[in-house]
Design a protein around this ligand. Structure first.
Ligand code: ADP
Ligand SMILES: O=P(O)(O)O[C@H]1O[C@H](CO)[C@@H](O[C@H]2O[C@H](CO)[C@@H](O)[C@H](O)[C@H]2O)[C@H](O)[C@H]1O
Length: 467
């Protein structure tokens, strides 16, 4: 299909950002997806702007890439704090007045500059702007620096009605007619994004455990390419694993069969990834640098979260035990992995089929690190941590629930891959520890009330107690 240009680009001058500046300073830090929380916003630079609907009509629409200037993190080593100057993707609607249904999307009323007298708002919540994006994907448009691409044999019907996903997310998503879901990435970085790269590789490998990307949007800026969003089929009527697990727990019911099926699904994805993309052998040198990475993250985390400090020696020993095995000559295979696997990233369809989503990896880690081959056990460790989270999140504790899920999940994994992760306890403990350390920092930054959940695992892992 030939590429269609729906509208020539209009590049706006610096006045646009100046007029939005005071509103963005207030609005941006309140967004769930804003990664620079806890540090003041010193200012903005416009990286790129594209007028998608002309301002001056009833509804104007800007696509903006905005660099946010923040001073470095005050306390050294919050571990996951982004470097100053993170770039965010914004879709800004411009109207003279906002209809009441769009009130929750309000960014503010502009008083100065080229948009003075207008109201600006988060346009993803508005069906018309969302339709503009879908139409651009459908027609493989190029609009200014924005490129919209589609898998050659995939069709997108026009006129699908949109609704925004309101759940807490690291990015922002829109559902079109229960047929597609578009994820707009918020903090954007140059390079190949694993959230597109891995599902595409899996789809081309014929793996049915991941919704196959239908289309995507990106940009070329100063010679570098950026992935800005991915459209994929919407799994209708799906429930995510976190919700399911909590539901079963609350009823005191068994999650073992689902955990086993999830283990099988994870192994199917790992097997397909190992076929589709290069694998490497991790010997002593590579393991040493992996362990050094874990130790470094632990140090940063302990600086940022004092509650972690008493456990540092025990946690270090979990990592050093792995390095010791490597110095005795043991090797491991590494491959591309999901990178942030947890129950919330697993969708169960009404027919009981599991799909894995969100291959972005841990959002705070540098892209290059997220794309490095890892032992597949890293994902397994993530899921085991998730069973533990679920068990700690309900009022009524069900003794042995997390342990039962762990066993079922590992057995399911072994059924497909031929490798039971429990036969590699030192690696599993090290990777669970690394994940729990990440979670401590994540919770301290985003959900302090949840901090006791990873901290209880930290106590167990530091003393090398079994679950
Ligand atoms: N293909 C899909 N089908 C149905 N729901 C989906 C699909 N992809 C994502 N979702 C829903 O959207 C939510 C956010 O998606 P996710 O990829 O995890 O975004 P984020 O990176 O912002 O966390 C998921 O928790 C899930 O509920
Ligand atoms: O889903 P995201 O990619 O945004 O992942 C981040 O947020 C997760 C929480 O929403 C966080 O997951 C942690 O909490 C979950 C329960 O809410 C639990 O199931 C996970 O095991 C636990 O790690 C994830 O770490 C973070 O990267």
């Amino acid at each position: 299909m030939s590429e269609a240009v729906i509208r020539p680009v209009t590049t706006t001058g610096p006045g646009l950002l100046a007029s939005l500046d005071p509103l963005l300073r207030d609005w941006l830090p309140r967004q769930r997806w804003f990664a620079g929380k806890g540090r003041p916003v010193a200012g903005f630079s416009l990286v790129a702007s594209t007028e998608l609907l002309p301002v001056g009509g009833k509804l104007g629409l800007y696509h903006l890439l905005v660099q946010v200037h923040q001073p470095p993190t005050p306390a050294p080593g919050t571990g996951t704090a982004p470097a100053p100057g993170d770039c965010y993707q914004l879709l800004i609607g411009v109207r003279e007045a906002l209809p009441p249904r769009l009130a929750p999307a309000l960014i503010g009323h502009v008083t100065e500059g080229p948009l003075a007298g207008h109201t600006v708002y988060e346009a993803l919540y508005d069906p018309r702007p969302a339709e503009v994006l879908l139409e651009a994907l459908r027609t493989q448009a190029r609009i200014g620096g924005l490129r919209f691409e589609r898998e050659p044999h995939q069709e997108i019907r026009s006129g699908l009605v949109s609704r925004a996903v309101t759940a807490e997310q690291s990015n922002s998503s829109v559902i079109y007619g229960d047929t597609f879901i578009l994820k707009l990435l918020r903090r954007i970085v140059p390079g190949v994004n694993p959230d597109l790269e891995l599902p595409l590789a899996l789809a081309r490998e014929g793996c049915p455990r991941v919704p196959a990307p239908t289309a995507w949007m990106g940009a070329e800026l100063a010679g570098q390419s950026y992935v800005l969003g991915v459209l994929q089929p919407y799994v209708q009527g799906a429930t995510d694993g976190w919700e399911l697990a909590l539901r079963e727990l609350a009823k005191g019911e068994d999650f073992g069969a689902d955990a086993r099926a999830l283990g099988r699904a994870t192994a199917e994805v790992h097997t397909a990834l190992a076929r589709a993309l290069p694998t490497v052998t991790l010997g002593h040198t590579q393991l040493r640098s992996m362990v050094d990475g874990m130790l470094g993250r632990l140090d940063l985390a302990a600086q940022a979260v004092p509650a972690l400090r008493p456990y540092v020696p025990g946690l270090r020993s979990a990592f050093e035990a792995l390095a010791d095995l490597a110095s005795e000559g043991q090797t491991w295979t590494a491959q591309r992995v999901h990178g942030d696997l947890h129950l919330g990233q697993c969708l169960r369809s009404p027919t009981g089929e599991w799909s894995l989503i969100d291959f972005e990896g841990e959002p705070a880690r540098p892209l290059a690190e997220r794309r490095m081959p890892q032992p597949a056990v890293r994902d397994i460790a993530g899921m085991l941590r998730s069973f533990d989270y679920a068990a700690h999140s309900v009022q009524l504790s069900v003794p042995g629930w997390a342990e039962h899920c762990r066993a079922a999940y590992c057995s399911g994994y072994a059924e497909i891959s031929g490798r039971d992760p429990r036969t590699d306890p030192v690696l599993l403990r090290a990777l669970e520890t690394d994940k729990a350390v990440y979670e401590v920092v994540y919770e301290a930054r985003h959900r302090p009330d949840w901090l006791p959940v990873p901290l209880s695992a930290i106590r167990r892992l530091a003393s090398n107690r079994p679950t």
